[in-house]
Design a protein around this ligand. Structure first.
Ligand SMILES: [Zn+2]
Length: 394
């Protein structure tokens, strides 16, 4: 017997399509796994990246189409490096259960406990198809709002962890309570729309991201000036204000507010190599894309600087700040920093460019920075400039 009557709908989660297969042929998930997928001990999760091939056959689509259009794979891999992507795609399209993609799927199930749906999508689906289905874009981390209808989603009591034991329920039969009842904050709709773009992204390895991207976005929206140093504390507060405290704490995005900042400042630190979950990219982009109004303070760090305008005092102040920063950067193993980016972090890029000649201590540190592995183009120790400045003749 072949099962080929059910085809997945647009944006339908794989598990949802399998629920409809079971309903159509009066099978349990266990029976489907055991007899039709050759998996006696099958425990599908609601959201996951399982071995695709046998399921693709049942649903009458290619393995690649099933992976890209009906699993969270495109979202989970949206910010990984090329090597991780290569392993993930190979593993997902193989015939054996891809153990390694469990970690990757974590990117897509962060903070999601129960299946979610949009009551307006359900009404439309019932009119169009006579049944409803579970969508990928409603069941992504941090998505509280339907990206089409801009209303809060409904959350059910069906646990994402136990899809195999869950009743074969579709959204129109599920008990659902809206996540919130008031009108959603505009940024939450932005977050849903950006997440929907990621889940529908072009097939293939994702483009590389860098902190420069977020600095550019912040400049375009008026939050940051080109040479300015970021105020990490103001960024944390801005994210919390735009998204609402309940959202931030529910998703575990709260930061210890301090001058060093948390994950958001780290994402904007030039040369950062730390990997971040897609949710953090989506939240930061959505907040920074909101245009700054005149009433809002912006994200520029205003260094108190040395008192008075004595240039020697200025030199001592920034010289020691740069010295400390250089030690920190080297200890962290940061690389790829430009001189501008380095100086921006202590708020003296402008002073250095305009009055560098009068700041010998700062110049010394900058040269040592440029000769260090942290610099984007390390200066060779034999270079004339380096030699003359660090070991002046006589
Ligand atoms: Zn909707």
């Amino acid at each position: 017997m072949t099962l080929d009557a059910v085809r997945p709908y647009t944006d339908e989660l794989l598990t949802s399509a399998l629920v409809r297969v079971c309903r159509h042929y009066l099978l349990s998930m266990d029976t489907l796994g055991r007899h039709f997928l050759g998996r006696p001990k099958w425990h599908p999760r609601f959201i996951g990246i399982p071995a695709i091939a046998p399921m693709a056959e049942i649903l009458g689509v290619s393995a690649s189409e099933l992976l890209w259009k009906h699993t969270v794979f495109p979202y989970a891999t949206a910010y990984v490096d090329e090597a991780t992507y290569g392993r993930a795609i190979k593993s997902a399209l193989s015939d054996v259960e891809p153990a390694s993609n469990g970690t990757l799927a974590q990117n897509a199930i962060l903070s999601i406990e129960y299946w979610r749906f949009c009551h307006r999508c359900v009404t439309e689906d019932m009119a169009r198809h006579g049944e409803s289905y579970w969508r990928r874009s409603h069941n992504l981390p941090g998505v509280w709002v339907c990206s089409t209808h801009h209303v809060y989603l409904n959350t059910t009591d069906l646990s994402v962890a136990l899809a195999s034991r869950a009743p074969l329920t579709l959204p129109h039969e599920a008990d659902g309570k809206p996540i919130r009842v008031r009108r959603p904050l505009p940024v939450l709709t932005q977050i849903s729309q950006r997440s929907a773009l990621l889940i529908n992204r072009t097939q293939g390895a994702p483009p590389r991201w860098s902190a420069d991207l977020y600095r550019t976005i912040a400049q375009e929206s008026g939050w940051l000036a080109a040479d300015a140093e970021l105020n990490a504390e103001a960024l944390s507060k801005l994210i919390s204000m735009k998204c609402g405290r309940a959202y931030i704490s529910n998703l575990g995005l709260a930061e210890r507010v301090s001058s060093h900042g948390g994950w958001s400042a780290l994402m904007m630190r030039p040369g950062t190599k730390v990997p971040f979950v897609p949710l953090k990219h989506v939240v930061l982009t959505s907040v920074l894309r909101t245009p700054k109004t005149d009433r809002e303070p912006g994200l520029v760090h205003r260094s108190k600087g040395p008192s008075g305008s004595d240039v020697r005092q200025l030199d001592r102040f920034y010289g020691s700040q740069a010295e400390r920063l250089l030690r920190r950067v080297l200890a962290n193993g940061e690389t790829g920093l430009t001189t501008d980016g380095f100086l921006r972090r202590i708020g003296c890029a402008g002073a250095y460019h305009h009055r560098g000649e009068a700041l010998p201590l700062l110049r010394q540190v900058v040269l040592r920075f440029r000769a260090s592995p942290a610099s984007v183009r390390p200066l060779a120790p034999g270079a004339k400039l380096f030699r003359n400045e660090c070991w002046p003749k006589g």
